[in-house]
Each structure stands twice: as structure tokens, then as C-alpha cells.
Design a binder for this molecule. Structure first.
Ligand code: AVJ
Length: 322
């Protein structure tokens, strides 16, 4: 077995710099907002893993079953030697794909990328044990950074699973898909996992669970600002809000100030006021229609694609060819 390796492209100073920029922009905007990327410190990553096991949070389970059912087909439809996974987190579901792709015979290297070093360290160790024929090389970075420094030396498939594409606003999404198409050579592929538009009665509870884990996850972004920027958010005075935006077809998570308050953020030299009941957007999680995402992939510069969905049509895996 070869030892897994880890490459760190996100110096802590860089990470802090971009958090400061994002916090400054978001907290001085009307309405206020914060990018979802900042949920995922060690505690936030743990809370997300906990979310994936909740009875209400169906996406992870659905995608896992879908991967189980379609991994052999996907392996059949690719001759990739390198699998690069963006936002790999725990890589838990990817095992199904790695199993099928190593059996099929072309895969040599797995390159998981994530912003969370803690999540990656534990994932690469386990994966290298489980798949002794694979070279496992983790990259701690921002995914846009990884895209521009993509590994070479074989045919590549980029996997972007879990529905994380839905966290990008439409403009960011178009730009992101186009830059993936741009860095891939002909014959290389993108494997995308996206949540589909579903009954809001099923969707909303997935983002507002009875046990309150998603609420803790949402509020964790305030703890991150407290720790990293020396802020004094009174985390418990913010209420978790999850709603279905019918027009945009996305779930929106917000934090609502329970009462008027001011917050000091010494790390960015900012004092901000929240009015009673003021809501700040912390995440969008867009859901897709098969036809719509097909058009977006087309527009981004991809060729043909193949689509697999679960029986309830709540999730889709799309393999797009460059
Ligand atoms: C990891 C971004 C796919 O949008 O469903 C879970 C994050 N937010 N519960 C999602 C999340 C609230 C999740 N993604």
C-alpha cells in the first residue's frame, strides 16, 4: 500500500483573509448575508455529518443509494484514470464509485479536495487502506483553486457530488461550470450530483429538522466569526430559519435576530446592528430540474450527458462529457 499524501494550498492566513473579506462585504450589505463556506470548521463539518444521518435529511441517503445503483454504469461509461473530487468531505459515498471504478480497471488515482483539513486527513487515511491499488492524494484548498491546478498525468473525471453546486448563486454557478469545462480536455468528464425540485413538504423539514441539528449548524457560522474575528455574536439569540423560495427554486437558510442588538467584530474593525427580527442569509441550496441542468451544462461548454435519478426523482447524477 502506498502512503496517502496531503497537500495544503490554504494557508491559515489566506483563509482568514478571505473570511474577513466575506464578513465585511456580507455584514455591511442590505440584507446581510454570509457565504455557506464558513459553516465548515471542525465543529461545522461534524454537525454536517450529523445532518446527513437525520431522518429528515434525505439527500445524502438518496444520493448514496443512487450511487450504489449506478456506480457500475458510471464505471462502464468512463475510462478515467484520475478521479478528482471537489468538496469531498468525508468521501463516504465516493467509496461506492471508487469500488466500481477500481473493479472496472482504469482508475489509478483519487484526489479528494476539501476546505476542511480535519475531514480530509481522516478520509485519505481510511481510503488508502481500503483501496490499496489507488494512489490517494488529498488537497486542502478552495475548489476554484483546485480547478486551476488540476492534477495531470491521465484522463480525469471531476466529481462534484452532494448537491453542493446548489450552494452557488446562478451567476457563480454558470461561471463555475464554465471554468470546469475549460480546464477539462476532450474525453474528460464531470460527474455532478444535484438535488432535484421536490415537494416542499419533504424539502423544508430536511433543512429544519426536529432535533435542531441544522439550527446548530446554521448558528455555527456565528461561532466561527467569534473565534476567527474576535466577534461577540450572542449565538443563542439567533433563530434558525429555512424556507423554500418558489421562484428561484432554492432552499434558503437564514439567521434571525431575536431582538435588536449590536455586534463588535474587532478582526475587521466593524460594529454591526441587527434590528429585532432582522434576517441574514447564510445559505442557498438550489434544487434543479433535469432539463434545466442539462441546458446549464450545454451553455458551460459540455457535450452530451447521461442522467441517473432515484425512483422518487429527488436526486440526479449527471455524467457530462467534455
Ligand atoms: C452540503 C451543501 C449539499 O445544501 O443540502 C445541509 C448543506 N445545509 N443542511 C445542502 C446543508 C443545511 C448541504 N450541502
Amino acid at each position: 500500500m502506498s502512503e496517502p499524501t496531503l497537500e495544503i494550498h490554504l494557508a491559515p492566513e489566506q483563509l482568514l483573509g478571505s473570511l474577513r473579506e466575506d464578513a465585511l462585504i456580507g455584514l455591511t450589505s442590505t440584507p446581510k448575508w454570509l457565504p455557506p463556506k464558513w459553516f465548515y470548521d471542525a465543529r461545522g463539518s461534524e454537525l454536517f455529518e450529523e445532518i446527513t444521518r437525520l431522518p429528515e435529511y434525505f439527500p445524502t441517503r438518496t444520493e448514496r443509494e443512487l450511487l450504489r445503483a449506478s456506480a457500475a454504469d458510471i464505471a462502464e461509461a468512463t475510462s478515467a484514470q484520475i478521479l478528482v473530487e471537489l468538496g469531498s468531505g468525508s468521501s463516504e459515498k465516493t467509496r461506492l464509485l471508487l469500488g466500481a471504478m477500481t473493479e472496472h480497471g482504469t482508475l489509478e488515482r483519487y484526489v479528494p479536495q476539501d476546505v476542511s483539513e480535519a475531514a480530509l486527513v481522516s478520509a485519505v487515511g481510511q481510503l488508502a487502506d481500503e483501496f490499496p491499488s489507488l494512489t490517494v492524494h488529498g488537497i486542502v484548498s478552495d475548489f476554484t483553486d483546485t480547478l486551476h491546478n488540476l492534477p495531470r498525468g491521465g484522463t480525469r473525471m471531476i466529481a462534484f457530488l452532494g448537491g453542493t453546486l446548489g450552494n452557488l448563486v446562478p451567476d457563480e454557478r454558470a461561471e463555475f461550470l464554465a471554468s470546469i469545462a475549460e480546464v477539462l480536455d476532450e474525453g474528460e468528464q464531470l460527474l455532478l450530483g444535484v438535488g432535484l425540485v421536490t415537494d416542499p413538504a419533504v424539502l423544508v423539514p430536511a433543512y429544519d429538522d426536529a432535533a435542531g441539528v441544522t439550527a446548530q449548524f446554521n448558528r455555527n457560522v456565528l461561532s466561527v466569526l467569534n473565534e476567527q474575528l474576535g466577534a461577540d455574536f450572542d449565538v443563542d439569540r439567533f433563530r434558525h430559519v429555512a424556507l423554500w423560495d418558489e421562484t428561484n427554486e432554492w432552499i434558503e437558510m437564514r439567521l434571525e435576530a431575536a431582538e435588536a442588538m449590536s455586534v463588535c467584530l474587532p478582526g475587521i474593525g466593524l460594529d454591526v446592528r441587527f434590528g429585532a427580527g432582522e434576517q441574514m442569509r447564510t445559505e442557498i441550496s438550489a434544487k434543479f430540474r433535469v432539463e434545466g441542468i442539462g441546458k446549464e451544462l450545454d451553455a458551460a461548454g459540455f457535450g452530451s450527458d447521461r442522467v441517473w435519478t432515484d425512483p422518487d426523482e429527488r436526486f440526479a447524477l449527471i455524467l457530462a462529457d467534455k
